[in-house]
Write a protein that binds this ligand. Structure first.
Ligand code: UD1
Ligand code: CA
Length: 454
């Protein structure tokens, strides 16, 4: 059965107090919108349509960056959630099948929950997602009998008795494209906000079924944590905490050792293999893959990088976008790697910057090495061969290459290519003056003593 997903993301999010559209605020290093799109994509849908409005260009660009196949419609005026859905439905009418409506500001709904809703569609023509709220606040309330939903009342329109209900509306709705079209067309805006409310489709479905039929609308109930909506910065922080809690539990479940789970921060797309170990205070930015058995020691900051089996990184290392560590690579403390490929067995132990570089297998990079990749205008590459030895405090002024098995002397500034197996020394020659240290100190002490008397 074909399923399509509509993601509502046109709202301004005024309570964020921000110039950025709400759905572009980030949780786990990814816009809220990407969380909803990742959930949508997990259903392997026929189409995904995002409804954009406030900051539509930026929202559309973000949606396409997630996946080129995502379609975007613009809701020029935000007249309510039903009106937003009505903007997207024409795109789906040809495809038919089922449609699920998600909210761009509700990042944590699980795939299994949506599958339960699709399954419940066999018993009800419209299915909504509800949750028992610890603090129901301003959520819409579900008026139910068993799993039959009679209507949804928005907080603004609710009576005191209705406000006492704790079963709340998450906003997620599932129906066939054709049924949803018919229901949305019938939604009016005669309410406290003067908006076209999507939740009104429930009352309309019931009325059309004669008001007595549980087959009209049903509810699937999920844990409140899944429906956490972000309307304020405080809720954004809560969402971050909730995401991290889940991601840590999931990593442990998948066989990753976390020595201090509560200090490790994951991104939405972090991938970590079984039997990898992650020490305390490690932060994963977007685009990180850590293979099985790799070890990331404490206080590392990683983004856009790939760490292969048997490699070990840190403590206090930074891997930036394009850092590619092959098997058994060792990257030690205070090392920064950017856009650089380190082949098998490379060792970069201490205090080093490697940027725009390729290092061949089993090469050793001495402490304090720097690839001087930037001339103030352009970036240049450094290429180092296999089994080479870069002496401590070598400055590699790019573009430059060091051949296989070559050696650079400590403290060298390498400005010319070094052929394979050669030794390059690029530093001032040492001069030794016997006895001069003693004579110099005597003179200095005499000067100090003379000053003391004056
Ligand atoms: C909505 C539900 C409420 C539910 C709550 C759960 C309605 C009328 N009410 O209320 O029952 O308990 O979510 O969080 O649906 N949007 C558009 N275009 C619009 C209006 C909204 O795209 O014209 C988008 C927003 O960007 C947002 C989502 O729809 O992603 C929900 O809108 P919002 O205004 O936050 O609805 P709530 O008042 O929270
Ligand atoms: Ca909301």
């Amino acid at each position: 059965m074909a399923v399509s997903v509509i993601v509502l993301a046109a709202g301004m999010g005024s309570r964020m107090n921000s110039d950025l559209p709400k759905v572009l605020h980030k949780v786990a290093a990814a816009p809220l919108l990407h969380h909803a799109l990742a959930t949508a994509r997990s259903l392997d849908p026929a189409r995904i349509v995002v409804v954009a409005g406030h900051g539509a260009e930026a929202v559309a660009a973000s949606a396409r960056a997630f996946d080129e196949a995502v379609e975007v419609v613009v809701q020029e005026e935000q007249l309510g959630t039903a009106h937003a859905v009505a903007q997207a439905l024409p795109l789906l009418e040809g495809s038919g099948g089922e449609v699920i409506v998600l909210y761009g500001d509700t990042p944590f709904v699980r795939t299994e929950t949506l599958q339960a809703m699709l399954e419940a569609r066999q018993r009800h023509s419209v299915v909504v997602l509800g949750f028992e709220a610890a603090d129901p606040g301003r959520y819409g309330r579900l008026v139910v009998q068993g799993d039959w939903v009679q209507r949804i009342v928005e907080w603004k329109d609710a009576s005191p008795a209705e406000r006492a209900i704790t079963l709340c509306n998450s906003g997620v709705v599932c129906a066939s494209v054709h049924v949803l079209r018919a229901l949305v067309d019938a939604v009016g805006n005669d309410n406290a906000a003067g908006e076209y409310y999507l939740p009104d489709v429930v009352a309309i479905a019931n009325a059309r079924a004669g008001g007595e039929s549980p087959a009209a609308a049903g509810v699937v109930i999920c844990p409140e944590a899944e429906t956490l909506g972000v309307n304020t910065r405080a809720q954004l922080a809560e969402a971050e905490a909730e995401f991290q809690k889940r991601a840590r539990a999931e990593a442990l479940e998948n066989g990753v050792t976390l020595t201090a789970p509560e200090t490790v921060f994951f991104a939405l797309d972090t991938v970590i293999g079984r039997d990898a170990t992650v020490g305390p205070h490690v932060l994963f930015g977007p685009g990180v893959t850590i293979e099985s058995g790799a070890e990331i020691k404490g206080f590392c900051h990683l983004e856009g990088c790939h760490v292969s089996r048997g490699a070990d990184v840190g403590p206090f290392a930074r891997l930036r976008p394009g850092a590619e560590l092959a098997e058994d690579v060792h990257v030690g403390n205070f090392v920064e790697i950017k856009n650089a490929i380190l082949d098998e067995g490379v060792k970069v132990g201490h205090l080093t910057y490697l940027g725009d570089a390729h290092v061949g297998e089993f090469t050793n990079i001495g402490a304090g090495t720097v690839t001087c990749n930037y001339d103030g205008v352009m970036k240049h590459r450094t290429t180092i061969g296999k089994r080479a030895f870069i002496g401590s405090d070598t400055m590699l002024v790019a573009p430059v290459s060091v051949g296989d098995g070559a050696l650079t002397a400590s403290g060298s500034v390498i400005t010319e290519d070094v052929p394979a197996e050669a030794l390059a020394i690029g530093r001032a020659k040492q001069v030794v003056k016997p006895g001069l240290a003693t004579r110099l100190f005597e003179r200095l002490r005499a000067i100090k003593a003379a000053k003391g008397k004056a």
